[in-house]
Design a protein around this ligand. Structure first.
Ligand SMILES: NC(=O)c1ccc[n+]([C@@H]2O[C@H](COP(=O)([O-])OP(=O)(O)OC[C@H]3O[C@@H](n4cnc5c(N)ncnc54)[C@H](O)[C@@H]3O)[C@@H](O)[C@H]2O)c1
Ligand SMILES: [Zn+2]
Length: 356
C-alpha cells in the first residue's frame, strides 16, 4: 500500500500533519525540516527506546540539531506530575528554547506525557507524535489531549495542545504484543459501531485483521480527525460520541488489570445493553454490535471488581454535569445518543450482568 499524507486544518493557523505508511522512522527528520526546530527531546519508554529510538535519533540528527533522549519507566502509573516536573527540569537545564520540540515515541502513556510537556514548556512548544501502539496510532496521538493521573483520579488534570505532526509507521506494530493489538482493536470497534457502518460491515466480514490493519488505521484516523476538526478545543460537545464505552470503561480500567481497549469493550457492552433496556435500539442492531465485540475476542464481562467502587468512579466521570451520570448510548450502528436521565436501577441491573 502507498504512503498517504493528509493535512488536517485545525483552526486558521493550527494544523496537524498526519503521515501514515511504512519505514517512516528514517525520514522523520525530512518531515520535520520545515519547522526549523532548534533542539529535540525524544520521549520514549524502555521498550520503544530499545526497539526504535536509534533510527529516530539518527534521522533527527541529520538535521544538525541536538537530540536529547528521556526514557520513562513503563506503565500507566508513570503518567504523573512528578515525571512531568522531572522532564521540564531536564529541559530547562539543557537550554531548550521556544523553537524546540518534543517527539513522543511510544504508546498513549508517552504520548500523553509528551503532549503535557509540550503544552507547559515555555507556554507551548511543538509536539510531534510517533505512535507505536495500535491504540496510539488510531486514537491517542490525535486531538491534543494530554493528561496525568493524580492518585486514583485518572486523566483529570491535563491540556489540549494539538501535535504539529503525527507520523504513523505501521511497521512498529510488528513488535507489539498481541494483547496490545487487542487493546487497540477495542477502539477500532468503537469507531465502527458509533461512526462508520461501512467499517462495521467490513469488520463483520473479516476472518483476521492482520492483513487489513493499515487500511483500518487509515479509516479510524479519518474518523477521529473528522470529529476533532469539528471541535478542536473539545468545548462544543462535538467529540462526545468518542466517549462511547468510556464511562464504565475508565472505571473498569482503574479497578482491574484489563487494558484500555478491553475495558472499553466492557464499557461498550454496558452501553449497548442499557440502550436496549430503554428501547432506543432494536434487538437486531444491538445483537450485531455485541456479536462484533465478541468475535474479536474482546471481553464483555469482568469479575473480581467491586460494583460500588465502579459506580463511585462513574459518578466522577468528566462528562457528567451537575452530578448526573451522562452516558453515550447507541440508537443504531453509526448513530449515538447522549442521555443523562437513566435511572440508577437500570444502571445497577446492567452492571450486575457485566460485573460477575
Ligand atoms: N490523549 C488521548 O486522547 C488518549 C486517548 C486514549 C488513551 N489515552 C491514554 O493512552 C494510554 C494507553 O496507551 P497504550 O495502550 O498505547 O499503552 P502504553 O503506552 O502503556 O503502551 C503499552 C505497552 O506497549 C509497549 N509498546 C509500545 N509500543 C510498542 C511496540 N511498537 N512494540 C512493542 N511494545 C510496545 C509499551 O512499552 C507498553 O509496555 C492511557 O494512559 C490512556 O489514558 C489517551
Ligand atoms: Zn479510549
Amino acid at each position: 500500500m502507498k504512503n498517504t499524507r493528509n493535512i488536517y486544518k485545525m483552526t486558521r493557523t493550527e494544523t496537524t500533519d498526519v503521515v501514515i505508511g511504512r519505514n517512516l522512522l528514517y525520514s522523520i527528520g525530512v518531515f520535520l525540516k520545515r519547522y526549523k526546530h532548534t533542539r529535540y527531546i525524544l520521549l520514549s519508554d524502555e521498550t520503544t527506546k530499545k526497539l526504535y529510538a536509534k533510527n529516530v535519533i539518527a534521522s533527527l540528527e541529520r538535521l544538525g540539531v541536538p537530540v536529547h533522549v528521556f526514557v520513562l519507566a513503563e506503565g500507566e502509573h508513570n503518567k504523573n506530575m512528578e515525571n512531568i516536573v522531572k522532564i521540564l527540569h531536564f529541559m530547562l537545564k539543557n537550554n531548550f528554547d521556544k523553537k524546540s520540540a518534543v517527539v513522543a515515541l511510544g504508546g498513549g502513556v508517552i504520548g500523553d506525557v509528551a503532549t503535557t510537556i509540550a503544552a507547559l514548556y515555555h507556554r507551548g512548544i511543538d509536539c510531534v507524535q510517533v505512535p507505536s501502539t495500535l491504540l496510539a496510532q488510531i486514537d491517542s496521538a490525535y486531538g491534543g489531549k494530554g493528561a496525568v493521573n493524580i492518585h486514583e483520579y485518572k486523566n483529570m488534570i491535563g491540556v489540549i495542545h494539538h501535535p504539529v505532526a503525527v507520523i504513523v509507521d505501521m511497521n512498529l506494530l510488528k513488535s507489539l504484543p498481541r494483547e496490545q493489538i487487542l487493546s487497540g482493536l477495542g477502539e477500532v470497534l468503537k469507531y465502527a459501531i458509533i461512526l462508520d457502518k461501512k467499517l462495521f460491515k467490513k469488520l463483520e466480514g473479516l476472518k483476521k485483521i492482520d492483513g487489513e490493519l493499515e487500511s483500518i488505521v487509515r479509516s479510524c484516523v479519518g474518523l477521529k480527525m473528522k470529529a476533532i476538526i469539528q471541535d478542536p478545543q473539545d468545548v462544543k460537545n462535538a467529540r462526545v460520541a468518542l466517549n462511547f464505552g468510556h464511562s464504565l470503561g475508565h472505571a473498569v480500567e482503574i479497578t482491574s488489570h484489563l487494558t484500555h481497549g478491553e475495558a472499553v469493550a466492557i464499557g461498550m457492552t454496558f452501553a449497548i445493553k442499557i440502550s436496549r433496556k430503554i428501547n432506543i435500539i432494536s434487538e437486531g442492531q444491538a445483537t450485531r454490535a455485541l456479536r462484533l465485540i465478541k468475535k474479536f475476542g474482546l471481553p464483555q464481562t469482568v469479575s473480581g471488581i467491586n460494583i460500588k467502587k465502579v459506580r463511585k468512579i462513574m459518578k466522577k466521570d468528566k462528562k457528567n454535569i451537575g452530578g448526573r451520570t451522562r452516558l453515550v448510548l447507541l440508537k443504531e450502528i453509526g448513530v449515538v445518543s447522549v442521555q443523562e436521565n437513566i435511572r440508577d436501577g437500570i444502571i445497577n441491573k446492567v452492571l450486575k450482568e457485566i460485573i460477575t
